[in-house]
Design a protein around this ligand. Structure first.
Ligand SMILES: [Fe+2]
Length: 480
């Protein structure tokens, strides 16, 4: 009874969230972040409040409901954890200081790395709405999933916030051999890219809803995903685990011609900024803020991520998006700030950068078609997404060199090995037998090769090593 009273009082103090923002006024500072253990101090919340954002976006793991591995997660357990957060003084001050919109990730959903299979997801959804004060008549109360969208500001200065639900509908992931250790001692197999079309991150209804949202006029769109969208190389949860779903999202963004999209993500217990210049028709940023109190407490090596621009691999933090609407070409700023509120990572760019670019036919020449690529043999771009898997890749050798007095030969798919599109096949000394006994770079230069082996990452770039001559075939000279 006492618990019920406390819970009810906690709820009474949460006003309907969107109502706290004057939607007619332009947003100039939006804070965001994820991963808050309600059982530990949350001083970062005071730093967020001190930054005086117009709005705070919570990207998930807003509580950790599943840390006690001896206890089954039930609705009562989830409710108990929300009650604990409601009683945290830093949370109370934060809630009083800025309006909040939220989505969830696995730990507040209730199951580590969980998805559609979670038995009590509907109970969990109700508790989420109760805690965040979703109005009783909101359509979010009756639909499946907690996704949500709002537009703030007048014409010419509109910010659209789109909060995706990457949990409720998510189908099973493909896992490989071995073990990776997650925070809180969760141990599981690494994720591998899955070609299973059932891997639906959003579910049909949410996909259709997102397509509609991207037609809503706005100058800037903050697309919030609990897990990273662009980063592809680490073995944990990310959109890249189902390349077809990631490609579907990019295609939808592209086809919608929606301008102003920036992705905000969480989950990884680190902060970083990723950038893809190929995903859509303008530069696509994904800024990850993950560690209200779950950032690594000491130095931590960066995770592999070929799209990373800069990072904050350790330390608690939160993110801030700033918009200077007064500039002739309004300036968007993406920032991470530490527990003291100091800016630790910052990137500014004009909002006109986020507009679909007209194609330069010279630049976008289609790759020469390789008619003889058998089914199942991958392009460098496809192989680059299969880190950890054994594949066969085929490409024309456009660059490379021999090193270690000719004992190793690098064969590159791009003339510039630093190109983000480059894929390297590395012929090791062990592979230099038979036809390749005296191989040099010139043996392969300009020819099409087909190589079989495990894709790995080296210095943030994908490569495949050849230890046996039979794993490398020269298919034909490149046609002129
Ligand atoms: Fe998570």
């Amino acid at each position: 009874m006492l618990r019920f009273l406390v819970w009810s009082l906690a709820l009474l103090s949460v006003a309907p969230l969107a109502a706290q923002v004057d939607k007619s006024k332009p947003l100039t500072k939006i804070a965001f972040g994820s991963c808050a253990d309600q059982g530990k101090p949350l001083p970062v919340y005071d730093a967020v409040a001190a930054a005086k954002p117009d709005l705070l976006l919570l990207l998930g793991d807003n509580i950790y409901a599943d840390l006690d591995k001896t206890r089954k997660v039930t609705p009562a357990v989830i409710q108990e954890k929300y009650e604990l957060l409601a009683a945290v003084p830093e949370w109370q001050r934060l809630k009083a200081a800025c309006p909040i919109l939220a989505t969830w990730d696995d730990h507040d959903f209730g199951k580590n790395d969980g998805g559609a299979e979670f038995e009590i997801k509907d109970d969990s959804q109700k508790l989420f709405h109760d805690f965040f004060g979703t109005p009783a008549d909101s359509p979010r109360r009756t639909r499946k999933g907690v996704y949500d969208a709002h537009v703030f500001g007048p014409v010419g200065q509109r910010v659209q916030v789109i909060l995706l639900d990457t949990r409720y509908f998510r189908a099973g992931m493909k896992t490989g051999k071995g073990r990776v250790i997650q925070p809180y001692g969760f141990i599981r197999e690494p994720y591998l890219p899955s070609s299973d079309p059932a891997g639906a991150f959003l579910g049909d209804e949410q996909w259709a809803w997102l397509a509609e949202q991207l037609q809503v006029p706005a100058e800037l769109r903050l697309l919030c995903s609990s897990i990273q969208v662009i980063s592809e190389d680490h073995p944990f949860e990310k959109w890249g685990n189902v390349p077809a779903e990631q490609a579907r999202l990019y295609k939808l963004l592209k086809d919608s011609k929606a301008k102003g999209v920036v992705i905000l993500s969480g989950d990884r217990h680190l902060g970083e900024l990723s950038l893809s210049t190929k995903a859509i028709d303008y530069p696509l940023y994904d800024i990850t803020a993950s560690g209200f109190n779950q950032g690594a407490k000491k130095w931590r090596e960066q995770e592999p991520n070929r799209y990373r621009v800069s990072s904050m691999p350790f330390g608690d933090h939160f993110g801030v998006v700033t918009v200077d609407w007064a500039a002739a070409d309004p300036v968007v700023g993406l920032q991470l700030r530490d527990a003291a509120g100091e800016i630790t990572l910052k990137q500014n760019f004009p909002i006109s950068l986020l507009v679909p670019q007209k194609k330069d036919p010279k630049k976008d020449k289609p790759e020469p078609k390789d008619e003889k690529r058998p089914e199942g043999v991958l392009t460098p771009a496809e192989a680059a997404k299969m880190v950890g898997e054994t594949v066969t890749v085929q490409f024309a050798v456009k660059g490379g060199r021999a090193v270690n007095e000719g004992k190793r030969v690098f064969l590159n798919s791009e003339a510039d090995f630093k190109s983000k599109d480059n894929f390297t096949v590395l012929l090791n000394q062990k592979g230099m037998t038979g036809p390749y006994e005296k191989a040099t770079y010139d043996t392969f230069k300009g020819k099409t090769i087909r190589a079989t082996g495990k894709v790995s990452m080296y210095m943030d770039a994908p490569q495949l090593q050849i230890d046996e001559a039979a794993s490398l075939v020269v298919v034909e000279p490149e046609k002129k």
